[in-house]
Design a protein around this ligand. Structure first.
Ligand SMILES: [Zn+2]
Length: 263
């Protein structure tokens, strides 16, 4: 796996000539995830899943290139929490289209946008960017991770992970809860306020419809807590399993669309 920001230009020429490059563009956001987790969690998680998916794609013959992460996105539901930042959807869409065009100009025309942030307008903006690039015939583009298409999201994140949950209410686990806390404890524990996790009570009795449909802000539906589910159920071991399974899932979704690299 190569990181585009860390290689010199002749490497990109070689990738272009090799015709087996597959670019992953991680996308996250700056958004509250409860008092125990960092604002950049979705960006970090997208990077973690990219690294976990890469070996499976390499096994299928691709040269995986991870582009620098888009750390900003659309985050209106949590905008009242200190530190949450939001772009307009059009801004995010333009960024992705322009990055995709630039990559394609250098022959890097197989692009998997790997999104770590669940927000309808954010996902729609990424889907619009994908459609724009496809209509320009600039590149082959896929949106994976949290995608606008629910089935893609389920195939990437929910397939095969249910048995890992320790929470008594896995159906109520969401933003900042067991899953995201576990991934953080495994992948970037130094950024987790581990000393307060034991004080965070379970948040199961929230308005699930309002949460899923984003009809109310996170502050009011979580009673100011900013997380949904039970962070205390999280463990680093669960995080390790979630990262492994989701990385494999994401690679499978990509390979289902594009097949193995032609050698
Ligand atoms: Zn998140």
């Amino acid at each position: 796996m190569l990181r585009l920001g860390e290689i010199p230009f002749p490497e990109v020429k070689r990738l272009d000539e090799g015709r087996r490059a597959l670019v992953i563009l991680p996308v996250g956001v700056v958004e509250e995830h409860g008092a125990h987790l960092p604002l950049g969690l979705d960006s970090f998680a997208a990077e973690v899943y990219a690294a976990s998916a890469a070996p499976h794609l390499e096994e299928a013959g691709y040269e995986v290139v991870v582009a620098p992460t888009i750390n900003y996105g659309v985050a209106r539901a949590a905008i009242d929490f200190p530190g949450t930042l939001s772009l307009e959807p059009e801004t995010l869409c333009s960024m992705v289209v322009e990055i995709g065009r630039s990559l394609a100009r250098h022959g890097l025309n197989r692009l998997a946008i790997l999104n770590g942030h669940r927000d309808k307008q954010h996902m729609k903006a990424l889907d619009d960017a994908k459609e724009d690039l496809l209509s320009e015939k600039a590149a082959q583009v896929l949106l994976v991770g949290f995608a606008y298409d629910d089935e893609v999201t389920a195939a990437c994140y929910r397939e095969g992970v249910r048995q890992f949950y320790r929470s008594p209410r896995p159906d109520r686990e969401g933003h900042g809860g067991e899953s995201e806390t576990s991934v953080a404890l495994h992948s970037f524990p130094e950024l987790v306020k581990q000393e307060i996790i034991g004080t965070l009570d379970a948040n199961f009795d929230y308005d699930v419809e309002a949460f899923r449909n984003e009809t109310k802000d996170y502050g009011s539906i979580s009673g100011g807590r900013g997380y949904f589910g039970w962070p205390q159920a999280a463990t680093a071991t669960t995080g390790e399993k979630l990262v492994a399974v989701r990385g494999k899932n994401i690679a499978e979704v990509i390979l289902r669309e594009w097949g193995r690299a032609k050698t």
